[in-house]
Design a protein around this ligand. Structure first.
Ligand code: PLP
Length: 381
């Protein structure tokens, strides 16, 4: 009676559900390999930790501008301009509590009740819930494995109505690891210009690419006035717990996002902002090398196991088709947990019949996980 129907109808993030179960088993002393997490297992580089410490020691422990400290916003804009030949300045940037809050504030700034937002499935868990929380309507477009989990052009065109406000793109993609080709992005850009739609481009995995060329939405000047780009320090510098992300957008949208922040969280915690400032000059290519080794190891092992999947080009997930096993994805994950391996069911990403396995885990754990999968498949096939 007291609760908001809008919130009651939401579910807790499903990716966390299996993870919590696995952690519970671990706390009871059972051996469980957890390949559920969407976070690098690697430590945050020491120089970043030191920058936060030094900032605190020198009194940087007070509120900041709602949009984030000027040095950080300026450095983010320069970093993106250099990387993608874009043309942003500090007024196009807001620093947020992770990419998650950047997406939420972006949606909050643009959704009027009943507005439709297009998302491509399999899709990251929070897009749908955030849109619903804000009284928007998520329009899910299914992407097929046969098409490398990329949306079909005709399906996007068909989904557009006079209520469509925005399209969310996520490349490199969680959960599939797919990178959107430039030609498809060009198509979405031209469609968005024709129909006057916004694009929200979630690029939080843009630093984790494996021998694959990448196009950031920031490199399309023609869409700049209709574009919100979200990024984060979480995955790129292994800083998930620091909670720093950002959005790049036209000043008008950034001002709306700043208003939301000023009345809700004020600003991202100050030491983390200084840590992020440092991170932008820390070489993070060691992470790509490390994750590439793991991806390649699993690729060979999964081939031997005759698994059906699309080789990930970025991020750190394998999205595996399990439809041949006669179990739905939740049953499959529960059975696999009995063997000591935790992964996430595809339905958490609006794609039944698949599981997501994260390779952001130590090499030893991946070797163990492969052994468990071998036994599991031998018993089930
Ligand atoms: N977007 C995608 C696709 C993600 O996978 C995640 C994290 O899992 C985020 C956004 C948000 O990450 P954070 O809030 O830690 O920056």
């Amino acid at each position: 009676m007291y609760l908001s129907g809008r919130i009651v109808s939401l579910e807790l993030s499903k990716t966390m559900e299996l993870n919590s179960r696995a952690m519970e088993l671990q706390s009871k002393g059972e051996k469980v390999i957890r390949l559920t997490a969407g976070e690098p297992d690697i430590r945050t580089p020491d120089s970043i930790i030191e920058a936060a410490y030094l900032a605190m020691k020198s009194g940087k422990t007070k509120y900041t501008d709602n949009r984030g400290i000027l040095e950080l916003r300026r450095k983010i804009s320069q970093y993106v301009n250099n990387r993608y030949l874009a043309n942003y300045n500090e007024n196009n940037v807001i620093v947020t509590n992770g990419g998650k809050q950047a997406i939420f504030n972006a949606l909050f700034s643009i959704i009027n009740p009943g507005d439709e937002i297009i998302i491509f499935d399999p899709s990251w868990v929070s897009y749908d819930s955030q849109i619903r929380m804000l009284e928007g309507i998520p329009i899910h477009i299914k992407c097929y494995e046969e098409n490398n989990f990329l949306p079909l052009r005709e399906d996007i065109e068909k989904a557009i109505t006079n209520k469509t406000k925005a399209i969310i793109i996520n490349s490199p993609n969680n959960p599939t690891g797919i990178v959107y080709p430039k030609s498809l992005l060009e198509f979405i850009v031209s469609l968005s210009i024709t129909h006057n739609l916004l694009i929200i481009s979630d690029e939080v995995y843009d630093c984790l690419l494996y021998d694959h060329s990448y196009t950031s939405m920031t490199s399309f000047d023609a869409i700049k006035e209709q574009l919100i780009v979200v990024n984060s320090f979480s995955k790129a510098w292994s800083m998930t717990g620091w909670r720093v992300g950002y959005a790049l957008a036209p000043e008008e949208i950034i001002s709306q996002m700043a208003k939301i922040q000023s009345h809700s969280t004020s600003n991202v915690n100050t030491p983390s902002q200084y840590a992020a400032l440092k991170a932008l000059s820390v070489d993070n290519s060691f992470m790509v090398e490390e994750f590439k080794k793991r991806r390649d190891y699993l690729f060979e092992e999964f081939k031997k196991l005759n698994l059906k999947f699309v080789k990930p080009q970025g991020a750190f997930y394998y999205f595996i088709n399990i439809s041949e096993f006669g179990l739905n994805d939740i049953e499959f994950c529960e059975k696999l947990l009995e063997y000591g391996l935790a992964v996430v069911p595809g339905s958490a990403f609006y794609a039944d019949g698949f599981i997501r396995l994260s390779f952001a885990a130590s090499f030893n754990e991946l070797v163990e996980a492969t052994k468990i999968l071998k036994t599991f498949f031998r018993d089930r096939r």
